[in-house]
Design a protein around this ligand. Structure first.
Ligand SMILES: *[C@@H]1O[C@H](CO)[C@@H](O)[C@H](O)[C@H]1NC(C)=O
Ligand SMILES: *[C@@H]1O[C@H](CO)[C@@H](O)[C@H](O)[C@H]1NC(C)=O
Ligand SMILES: *[C@@H]1O[C@H](CO)[C@@H](O)[C@H](O)[C@H]1NC(C)=O
Ligand SMILES: *[C@@H]1O[C@H](CO)[C@@H](O)[C@H](O)[C@H]1NC(C)=O
Ligand SMILES: *[C@@H]1O[C@H](CO)[C@@H](O)[C@H](O)[C@H]1NC(C)=O
Ligand SMILES: *[C@@H]1O[C@H](CO)[C@@H](O)[C@H](O)[C@H]1NC(C)=O
Ligand SMILES: *[C@@H]1O[C@H](CO)[C@@H](O)[C@H](O)[C@H]1NC(C)=O
Length: 588
């Protein structure tokens, strides 16, 4: 008799009530491991996922992200996730042995490989607690008996506010460092002491408020300082309302869409929306249309330029060079030695350029000559703004040149340079680094996995545990591509599966070969065979076991399979099909 290939198909039915209860909640005494990609919480309708998100080589953060539909042709890569919350953005954990655990005491802790506590909710609960992820995107630690919320992610936002998530007096949205680096960046959205919602650039050298327009008083910005409740909320239709009387509507207001308000790494606050998971996000409101008005991005002694077709660009002023070629936020430094000896300076005229703040003073009715003289008298005058505004000439000597950008001013900026430094042109000549994008280069974060020195008996126990674990892999749930499950039930009928007497679909060897891409993705190996990951034609993700005891008689195999099929315990797999095929023959 030809040896038979007997293949078991083991599925986790996510939509079945037994297993769904385990996927959106974590009970006391259990944990999510960084090493198991299937260790995630998924909100009941599958809108959000909470789990470990890779942020660098061997470094992970516990995060909540928008779920995307996965398909075998273009699996959603983790880089494309839209993160809405992070527990440990500034202290990623190791890719080995790190875990998020809900202790019996009611405390939720994130531990690194070295067993150090990276993050904790510092909660306690005498009666049982449970961690649950809701379809609002809120991760909630709930006392099961009293229904009291012990902790929730909505209270400690990262850089994103979701619809109906209250923004309170204690909350601060902090931007990411860059598009790909989720650590805390320099931009903050918060309620200030005068009850106004503000945007602050909190950089390594300076900090300054840039929204609402700092040149105006609050009522010119249509804000009110008198309501001290300091709350704001975005509703699901796209309307934002704050207690300081700031209100705005999304351009697509009224439509039921997925929405989020995010302070982006470039310091702009944007409201995003999209119709469906899997689509890309569109901006439906933003705080600034000219991003060069945002402070800090190009650092000192530089100029920000923007045209909508390209991105924001930074360039150094003439006579200045980039301080650090990897980071624009550090700005530019002079290529020359400043000498304040009289008669040693000259001024270079720059058209339609403005620098924010750091005025020594504002002198009115000064002639150009007076203004130049005033600047030369000052030791730390780097240049001056000379403008004609509302019938008055204004002279503003500057002690620092920051947040420089092109601006339609009725006047010029005069940059102070040493006489020896020769410039023939009257405007900024293209500096050698013009065209540099403002995003700094991102360096991968390397997390070394330090091996413990383990004693021999402990080692034996560990190996024993691994052995048990290996056997368990065969029978314990394997959660893959959980979203795909939403399609599973209906597609089953559409595809007209033929059920055998055992109640399972019989698959052909070729089908399974395609599903597993030639048995390439091994996910486990245990007694009796190797387990592979596979994606079926209807997008269901399955664990497929190739039995090595292939000379089993088929009837025996079917009897065994039938027994497995009847067992439907929540910690066990649900079996959805099988294949039994002779080496060369077609499927029986
Ligand atoms: C996912 O990200 C990669 C680069 O990180 C990009 O090339 C690809 O287009 C993205 N896919 C989708 C569907 O956005
Ligand atoms: C203050 O703002 C809150 C939230 O917007 C609002 O409900 C409340 O009525 C306001 N209070 C006053 C006195 O205007
Ligand atoms: C807030 O805005 C509303 C509507 O624009 C206006 O009627 C009201 O006077 C404003 N309140 C304050 C305190 O500015
Ligand atoms: C630039 O900054 C990076 C990271 O902050 C640093 O490692 C590097 O030494 C700096 N380079 C110079 C030339 O200062
Ligand atoms: C500047 O000149 C204008 C017109 O001559 C005059 O009205 C104004 O008071 C002067 N301002 C100062 C600060 O001297
Ligand atoms: C992200 O930026 C921070 C601060 O500059 C830096 O310390 C960290 O190494 C960066 N992480 C990655 C993954 O590049
Ligand atoms: C991170 O991993 C990628 C792919 O494995 C590798 O190309 C890159 O050099 C690594 N980066 C660092 C800093 O080790």
């Amino acid at each position: 008799m030809d040896p038979l290939f007997l293949i078991l198909l083991l599925f986790l039915a996510i939509t079945s009530p037994t297993s769904s209860s385990t996927s959106d909640a974590l009970s006391e005494g259990s944990s999510l491991s960084v090493e198991k990609p299937e260790d995630v919480l998924i909100s009941p309708a599958g809108l959000f996922t909470a789990g470990f998100h890779q942020v660098g080589n061997n470094s992970y953060c516990f995060a909540i992200w928008f779920n995307e539909p996965s398909s075998s042709s273009s699996p959603v890569s983790y880089q494309n996730r839209t993160i809405v919350w992070m527990a440990n953005r500034d202290q990623p954990v190791n890719g080995k042995r790190s875990k998020l655990s809900l202790l019996k005491t009611g405390n939720l802790i994130l531990t690194d490989a070295a067993q150090s506590h990276v993050w904790t909710t510092t909660t306690t609960s005498i009666s049982p607690a449970r961690l649950r992820l809701y379809d609002s995107g809120n991760l909630v630690l709930l006392n099961l008996k009293t229904k009291v919320v012990l902790w929730q992610s909505f209270d400690s936002p990262t850089d994103t506010l979701l619809p109906l998530q209250p923004f309170t007096r204690t909350a601060i949205l902090v931007s990411s460092r860059s598009q790909s680096n989720f650590s805390s960046g320099f931009y903050k959205l918060f309620f200030d002491n005068d009850n106004l919602l503000r945007l602050l650039f909190d950089g390594p050298e300076i900090s300054s408020v840039y929204w609402p327009n700092p040149a105006y008083v609050s009522w010119d910005n249509a804000r009110s300082t008198y309501n001290s409740s300091r709350t704001a909320v975005l509703d699901s239709l796209g309307s934002f309302a704050s207690s300081d009387n700031l209100t705005f509507l999304a351009v697509d207001y009224g439509a039921k869409l997925q929405r989020r308000l995010t302070i982006d790494f470039d310091g702009n606050v944007r409201l995003y929306s999209r119709k469906m998971p899997g689509e890309s996000w569109v901006v439906s409101w933003q705080a600034f249309s000219d991003p060069c008005v945002i402070h800090g991005i190009c650092g000192a002694n530089s100029l920000c330029s923007y045209d909508p077709s390209s991105r924001r660009k930074c360039s150094c002023l003439p006579g200045y060079q980039m301080k650090n070629h990897t980071d624009w936020s550090l700005g530019c430094q002079p290529e020359f030695q400043f000498s304040y000896v009289e008669g040693e300076s000259r001024f270079l005229q720059l058209t339609q350029v403005e620098f924010y703040g750091y005025d020594y003073n504002e002198y009115q009715n000064y002639s150009y000559g007076d203004c130049e003289k005033r600047c030369l008298e000052l030791d730390n005058c780097k240049g001056f703004q000379y403008t004609f505004d509302s019938g008055v000439y204004k002279c503003n000597p500057k002690t620092q040149l920051r947040s420089g950008h092109r601006w339609n001013t009725q006047g010029y900026f005069y940059l102070r340079l040493p006489k020896a430094h020769l410039f023939s042109n009257t405007d900024i000549k293209p500096p050698k680094n013009l065209g540099f994008s403002c995003t700094e280069k991102v360096v991968d974060l390397e997390r070394e996995y330090v091996k413990d020195r383990v004693s021999k008996p402990v080692k034996f126990l560990l190996w024993f545990a691994y052995g048990v674990g290996g056997v368990e892999i065969i029978c314990i749930i394997l959660v893959w591509g959980l979203l795909s499950s939403t399609f599973s039930k209906s597609n089953e009928d559409i595809h007209g599966y033929l059920l055998t007497a055992t109640g399972f679909k019989r698959f052909s060897y070729a089908e399974l070969k395609t599903a597993t891409r030639g048995f390439s993705d091994e996910i486990g190996r245990g007694a009796g065979g190797v387990v592979y990951k596979g994606v079926l034609a209807d997008q269901r993700v399955a664990a497929i076991k190739l039995l090595s005891e292939a000379n089993q008689v088929e009837a025996e195999f079917l009897a065994e399979a039938s027994t497995i099929g009847k067992v439907n315990h929540m910690n066990l797999i649900e079996m959805w099909g099988y294949c039994s095929e002779g080496k060369q023959a077609s499927c029986l």
